[in-house]
Design a protein around this ligand. Sequence first.
Ligand SMILES: Cc1ncc(COP(=O)(O)O)c(C=O)c1O
Length: 410
Amino acid sequence: MLSESRVNVYGAAVGRMMQTASGPYLYDTEGRAFFDLFSSAGVCNFGHNHPTLKRKLISYLEKDGLVHGLDYFSASKNRFMDLLENLILPPTEKGRYHYYFSPPAGTLAIEAALKYARKFTGRQELACFTNGFHGLTPNALSLTGNAAKRRAAYCALPHAIRLPYEGYCGSDFDSVAHYRKLLSDPSGGADLPAALVLETVQAEGGCHTATARWHTDVLNLCRELRIVSIVDDIQAGIGRTESYFSFASLGPVWPDIICLSKSLSGMGLPLSLVMMRKELDVLEVGENSGTFRGNCLAVESAANTLELFADPSFQEIYRHNQKVLADFAQKLEHDLDLQVRGRGLLRGVVMPRAEEARQLVSQLRDQNILVETCGGAPEVIKIMPPISTDPELLEATLATFTHTLKGQLK
Ligand SMILES: Cc1ncc(COP(=O)(O)O)c(C=O)c1O
C-alpha cells in the first residue's frame, strides 16, 4: 500500500480518510461527520466551503478570473486593499500601511517581516517571547519557544533574545520594566534588536493572553527604543478573537508590521500578507521574490471574506458565538475549577496534565469532535470553532465537550 511520510500530524492522529467538508463539519469517505472545533488549525474561521464565499469564487472562475498572476497588479488585490482600508481599519490607521502579499505560508510572512525590519534598522538581532510560535523556517523557528520544535530544525538557528511574556514570571513581575532595562543596558548582554515579534494570544504556546495594558506598553517601548514591533496575527487574527485584528480591542496603538495568513482567504486557500508602516517599505524590487505570491483566487476570496465579515447579519452570529464561548469558559472555571485562557473565539482549557489532555482529544474524536492540544507539555485543549457556526449548534457541541470532559476528570 502507498504511504504518506510519517511526518504527517493530523492524518495519523485521526486515522480517517477525509473527503468533503461543509460549515463546521468534515466528512470522511464513509460519510462520518466530524465537528471541526479547531477550524483546521485556524485556517477555516469561516467554516468549510462557506456558501457565499464558495458561490462567489465559482462565479469568478466562470468568468475566467485570473488565478495565477505572478505579482502583477490585479483587480482582486486592489479590491482587497480597498475593502480592508474602508471596512476594517479605524480612521486613524487608514493609508498608513503598505501591503506585501508574501509567499503563502504564515512562516514566510514572518520571514518577510523580519527582512523588512532588519533592512530598515540595519540591525540583525531579533527579540521574541517565551511560549511564542511563529513557524518552522529558520528565522521564524528561532523565535519559537518550544524546544522540541526548534530541535527539529536539524541545523543551527539564528540567535534570538527571548523575553518573558506577560505573566510568565508571575503577576507581580513588571515585565515591561524588565524589557526596557535589558534591551537598553549596554552591559545587559542583549544587543538592540531589529524587531520584537509578539502574539496577542499565544495560540500554539498554550493560549496565554496579553492584556491591553501590557500590549500597549510593549508597542510604546518599541517606539521608544526604535525597535520594529511585529504582531503575528496569523492565528489570533481574521476574526478569531473579537475583531478582524486581534489587537484592535487592545488600545489605540497599532504595530509597525502585521502578519496575516491562515484564514485570510476565508476558503482555506494559501495566502499570506505583510502590512508595514509606509516608511518600513524598504526592500528593493525582487528582494523577497517567490513564484506563488498573492494568488489571485485566494485574494479574491479574501476580499469577499471582508465583505462577509462586515455584514451585519454575520456580525450578529459572530457576537452571539463570542457570548457562547464566554459562558462556556466561565462555566468550566466555576463548575470544574479549571483554568480557561484566551479570549473571544480562541480559548484554551488547561488540563491537569498532558496525559489527560491527550486522552480527552481521543475521547472527543470518538464523539466526532476534532480538537487539538497546545502549550508546552502539551496540556491545553484549544477551542476555536468556525466563527460562523450556528450558535445553537455550537452550544450543543460544547455541551458534548463538557460532558466528555466531566467523565474524563472523574
Ligand atoms: C501565530 C502563528 N504564526 C505563524 C504560524 C506559521 O504558519 P504556517 O504553518 O502557515 O507556516 C502559525 C502556525 O500555526 C501560527 O500559529
